[in-house]
Design a protein around this ligand. Sequence first.
Ligand code: NAP
Length: 670
Amino acid sequence: MSNYPHLFQPLRAGRLTLKNRIIMGSMHTRLEAEPDGSARAAAFYAERARGGAALIVTGGYSPDAHGLLEADAGALDHPHKVAEHRVVTDAVHTAGGLICLQILHAGRYAKHDNPVGASDIASPISRRKPRALSTAEVGQTVASFAACAALAREAGYDGVEIMGSEGYLISQFTALRTNNRSDRYGGPLENRLRFPLEIVRATRARVGADFLILFRMSALDLVEGGLNAEETLQLARGLEAAGVDVLDTGIGWHEARVPTIAYMVPRAAWRDATARIKSAVSIPVVATNRINTPELAEELLRDGVADLVSLARPLLADAAFALKAEQGRAAEINTCVACNQGCLDYLFRNKVASCMVNPRACSETLYPEGKARRAKRVAVVGAGAAGLACAITAFERGHSVTLYEAQEDIGGQLNLAKQVPGKEFAETLRYFRARLGNSSVRLKAGHRADADELARGAYDAVVLASGVRPRLPDIPGIDHPKVLRYDEVLSGAKVPGARVAIIGAGGIGYDVAEYLSEPRAEAKAAGFLENWGVDPQGMGDGGLAAPKPEQSPRAIVMLQRRHTPPGKTLGATTGWALRMTLARRKVPVLSSVSYQRIDDAGLYIEHEGQVKLLEVDHVVLCAGQEPVNELRAELAAKGIDAVAIGGAERAEEIDALRAIEQGMKVAYAL
Ligand code: NAP
């Protein structure tokens, strides 16, 4: 008997039978822009099919040149492109999976020089003003969607997903915010829904009854001038009648000022919006966003919120999510922590997607599973993120590994990061523990390895992953009892008072500010949706309501010396929400400050040409880190050339993303 009886129940979808309720949701990978993109995509998707996902949806492909997300994005708009897709569909079918192509027309979100839209209204997140499609061009675009689906069928796909959410072209037609047309595609709701419904009808007519059509609709627009819940349900019913087999859901347009998938969004936060759609139609409905454990997926299915769950980032993090859940090995799942650092933030920087907790994602052909040619004896010093990733990967590559950790427990800085509200690094630690437990890595915890011991060990390779120590800035009074380090605060060893100044507004400064400004559970007036201004019933304009921001229990001020706008180093897709949270909690950031001294009265700074006293109870140091790598020179003196990784190699900009990636790569290079 499965631990997840609903999750592993087959489901009829159109003419197909899905073996379980897990769909791999669409994610852009940027592999299509790589020279060996088809082979890498084939390996990436095939691994997810072998890992048990019932159905995979590819990243978005445009049906025509206008709809490209960016100049080198993928389009399936010509028969000569069918062959490159065959490589992918054949690989997935050989692996026992099913795969649908997502058809995505970017509309005004296109990052190229010739964007089109329902109307010529620019988006707040793009500088380019779109050209409004003429009525004849709308008809041609409908035909392009259908033609793209026909090519997908020729390429061996089992179906298509029509991308109608997140603010792309189809959303731009349905919402008054972006549609001021005066033809039959503009004006009353019935007209604005015409475009998606025509696309579905034309596609169905072109591909026949036995080809799966999913439509990803916006369960909540979360923008002013977007659809409300009632209008959304009208669209859902229309789509069912037009011939859609499965209704997938998306939450919020990309320009929405409400976080929808990042770590600060509670798990399954959007379940009510999905449940509303399910209650309006009889075809299967898919729940999405922040569903990252099999328990949660099972709960949503059991409670009748949806018929299927879409896991996108969670299957980047772990290709075998479904298999592990089915086999009772859920503790071994590498859980997506919704950091967005390796996936969306990479895509924003025009890099191929990866995953912070699984750097092999989208690079399966570069880091194939299997053993190294020669087994070596390896010592890894430090069991933080970098050391754990290195030691475990090295073991799995066939090496004999000893892992030294000075603390009693593993985890290093992950033990601090997991204290930050919303940051699920406890899952990452649980996963590392499970992998370590299944390995024969010799863990020597509570044991500080020295150069003599490492030399006696006669290892073939020594990897130093000894991490970082907090930087103590050179400020008079730095040893005053008012001064606390970030590690003392996040570990709970020291609790700051009601008035706090934070020195340093980098990633850790922001994390500490969030931690210290988070209202205590008993003082929380409202939940996530109310804080961010989401109408729980979805009946406000675009599903929005007036936000009810949280109040900080402390008066906090953040400080930095640099003159640039604060928070510039935060993640592209999460930083804005963190900055907004702190602004709403009235936590200011002062730039261009210099630190004078700290005494019983507080912290003296020079700011805007004046010396000011910040009368605070505590000053929390978040002024960066320095590497801990003294062993390297000691080993060098004994003729041992140790490789330093993670913060021990370079403390600047060290985070779990670089630590885990470097740990894995060094293990492959052994
Ligand atoms: P950081 O981002 O480099 O910030 C260090 C801060 O300390 C800066 O604000 C810097 O600002 C200040 N500083 C540096 N030297 C100082 C000195 N001598 N005296 C006073 N202030 C000084 O480093 P971090 O905050 O320690 O974070 C470490 C890494 O982890 C970073 O790469 C960060 O992005 C990453 N991280 C990421 C996340 C995430 O969510 N993605 C969260 C936490 C950490 P000024 O020099 O202008 O004063």
